[in-house]
Design a binder for this molecule. Structure first.
Ligand SMILES: [Zn+2]
Length: 270
């Protein structure tokens, strides 16, 4: 599932290619995504000029020249790929945008958990939600410490809660908890100020390194040019149950926490 580094990689790659391009046609082959595609989705995009694509949380956010905003969430298996003009549509190519430079931008999503919307700029915050972006400067150790007080949930569940912090998912939360030396099951309310400092530092470091490596390609993820990322090669705990910790050689443990696979080193994490 694409998380912040994967979505950021797509935005950084596509933004300079798409900025200023006009959408000359839209083909919709499937409207049954996580939220059904609006009946006037194509009509609201055709003829519009694209502004600079950016990212907030796990959403791709592209302003249009009529004041609306094109929003994309890739769900579990969504891909947005920029390609040449003449191509055969593949199964699961649900939406295709034709651009005025004869290239096409294709939304492909086998599991259809993604979401595509054209919204008024004032509606974006409602859809994206209240969570602070994981790379936002306002997400400090003090903020995390304050948000974790009195919380009965685990540290892992708090970090993955998109209403609190937007952009993190299972891969990067497992990895940053390892770097911060915090076990995923630790009660959020029991995090110390020092823990919060290490968690926020680890969050920035892991996300920055992952973006520099083009994200993690575990199964489906590809960037906007159909290229895989390579940060999965750097994973220390994620999906490594039973394998030796890269720091201390203790076997990594795999457990299920609130329905999600969780991985930690019992020696490096407390
Ligand atoms: Zn270890």
């Amino acid at each position: 599932m694409p998380e912040l580094p994967e979505v950021e990689t797509i935005a950084r790659g596509l933004a300079p290619e798409l900025e200023g391009r006009r959408i000359t046609g839209v083909v919709v082959r499937e409207t049954r995504l996580r939220a059904p595609l609006a009946p006037d989705f194509a009509q609201r995009l055709v003829g519009r000029r694209l502004g600079r694509m950016g990212r907030t949380g796990k959403y791709l956010v592209t302003p249009l020249d009529d004041g609306h905003v094109w929003l994309v969430h890739l769900g579990m298996t969504g891909r947005l790929t920029l390609g040449g003009a003449r191509r055969l549509a593949l199964v699961h190519d649900h939406v295709e945008l034709a651009l005025d430079d004869r290239r096409t931008l294709v939304y492909h999503d086998p599991r259809r958990f993604g979401r595509l919307d054209v919204l008024a700029a004032s509606e974006v915050a409602r859809v994206v939600g209240p969570g602070v972006d994981a790379l936002d400067a306002t997400l400090t150790a003090g903020w995390l410490f304050a948000r974790s007080r009195g919380r009965r949930t685990s540290a892992k569940a708090l970090l993955m809660d998109q209403r609190e912090i937007a952009g993190l998912g299972n891969i990067y939360v497992n990895e940053l908890l390892f770097r911060a030396g915090v076990r995923p099951r630790r009660r959020a309310a029991r995090l110390s100020r020092a823990d919060c400092t290490r968690l926020v530092g680890a969050m920035r470091a892991v996300l920055d390194e992952a973006i520099a490596r083009g994200g993690s390609s575990i199964s489906d993820y590809r960037d906007g040019f159909d290229r895989a990322g390579s940060f999965q090669e750097e994973h220390v705990v994620y999906d490594r149950a039973g394998l030796p910790c890269r720091r201390c050689a203790t076997a990594i443990r795999g457990v299920v926490i609130t329905g999600r696979s969780s991985f930690y080193c019992p020696a490096c994490q407390r």
